[in-house]
Structure formats: structure tokens, C-alpha cells
Design a protein around this ligand. Sequence first.
Ligand code: NAP
Length: 279
Amino acid sequence: MNSINENNLKLGIIGYPLSHTLSPQIHEYWFKLHRISGTYEILEVDDVGLDRIFCDNIHQYRGLNVTIPYKVRVFDYVDEVSDSARVVGAINCITVEDKKLIGSNTDADGFMNGLLAFNGDLDFTNMNVLVIGAGGAARAVIHSFLMKSTGQITVINRSSDRLASLEKVFNNQIHCMDWKKLNDSISQFNLIINCTSQGMKGENDFSLDFTSIQKGLSVIDLVYNPLETKLLIDAKRHGCKILNGIPMLLSQAALSWKLWLDIKPDITDDIIRFVEDKI
Ligand code: NAP
């Protein structure tokens, strides 16, 4: 790896659209904190632009984050794929080495690190988790719980075909449930995670019926804009512990730095406040 004291350190994010991304602010905050002279570019590209980055420009960068809609497409461009990217089926971080491009997924560990910072005493073996959603984020969350030998993982998704393909990936390690049973089954779980895009600014709110929950239920929403979704507001009103998507957002970014620069920035209250102020 090159020295990070050089003045041409270039990082960036590939996706479309990227008008609301917070990644540049996060990485620039850490550039300043770690006294690194670097840039974090927004590469908002269509398919042709994506191809051009990998064919013409990729070796200018030390590393790139990848977001919607290219987390699967970039498998075609990398030389090596990390285990978690293979299991999750998505690449959100590319490390550019001299001779090769390595595709990784930092969402799974980012989610788990955020969760453990929220509560370091979790008893995973006795946990009964409900994962709502079957997209890339849900896969990362499921993988992270499987790595912790979590007691039971139940997954539910609006469209049954997407749920069926997720069931194939995780084989008999998860339990899949019909979308219609969502509210009737809530009392079984002690941790519920919304991994859908419902509740995001501009999307419909997501509601659950919290009347029959068990004591000590925690509810996590991967959405971070707004900081408190209707789901989290309702959960808090019913006495649940709640967590939004900011710790995961920051932890997956910090893990990208570890891969690119061998530096792991701390997720401090200051950076959490800094990011929350941008929303
Ligand atoms: P994705 O692959 O596009 O999956 C979207 C999921 O949301 C699917 O399960 C989809 O269900 C479900 N969904 C969308 N609209 C719905 C609706 N109206 N009702 C019910 N289900 C609906 O997206 P993703 O990458 O997994 O991301 C999902 C969410 O996680 C996004 O809000 C994203 O911002 C967030 N996220 C946060 C972080 C973080 O760092 N905090 C990281 C990654 C993702 P169908 O299959 O039925 O369409």
C-alpha cells in the first residue's frame, strides 16, 4: 500500500442518484481529524459512466464505496471478492491495489459494530430476531447475526419471490414468514430490524402494531433520514429501546477506511452529532 502522506489520496462513492449522500462529509471529517490530505469524490454515473471509471480511471483511487444501484453490477469489475461480499451478494467497498481490485462488504460488520456499541451485553444465543426486508441490507444484517450464532432469525418481506431467493442463499439457517403474519407474530421477538426503505424521507411511513410486544423489545431502523422514523417513534412510545441507522452508516464507513488505509476511525459522539446535524 502507498504511504498516506502523499497529497493525492483519492477516495469516492459510485452510485445513482447521489444527491443525498452523507459519505463525503463523513470522510472529509476523518481526513481533517487524521490530518490526511485527500478528496472523497461523488461519482454519480450511469452504466456508461460506470464502465468508464473501471476502464480508464480506477487506479487514481485508493478506494471507492459503492451504493444503489451498482452493488451487484461491480462484481463484474473486481478481481477478488471477500467472503462477506460473496454471502451478502453485494459489494459496497472496493480497495484498489497495484495489480488488483478487491470487492468487500462492510455493511454486515458495520451493522453489528453499531449494534454492539448500542448494547455490548447482548445474549445472541437466546435472541429471537425479526428481520423485515429481503434486499441487500437485510442480507448483510442476517449474515452478521449468523456470524454471532444467533438463536433464531425470522425474515419477512413484502414480495415472496425476493424472500424465496434469500431463503435459498441462507438455506435452512433462517425461518421465513408470510408478510400477512407480520403484526400477529410480534410478541415472539425481542429484536426487530426494519431493513426496508419504508420510512425514508419521501417514502411511506412504516407502522407496526406494538400492543402485544414482549418486555425489553428493541427496535432498529436502518433508515437514518429522518433520524426518528414513525416506526421508532411508535416503538419508543411503547417502551422499546430504539436505534436508528446512523451507527451502521458510520461503522461501515470506518471499516472502509480500515481496508483502504489501515486506520479505523472511532465512532465518537462528536461524529454522530456532526452527521445528525446534516440531516
Ligand atoms: P434494496 O435492496 O432495494 O431492498 C429494499 C427492501 O425494501 C426490499 O425488501 C423491499 O421489498 C422493501 N420495500 C421497499 N418498499 C417497500 C414497501 N413500500 N413496503 C414493504 N417493503 C418495501 O435496498 P437495501 O440496500 O436493502 O436498503 C434498504 C434500506 O436500508 C434503505 O432504506 C437503505 O437506506 C437502508 N440502509 C441503511 C444503511 C445504513 O448504513 N444505515 C446501509 C444500507 C442500507 P420488496 O422485495 O417487496 O420490494
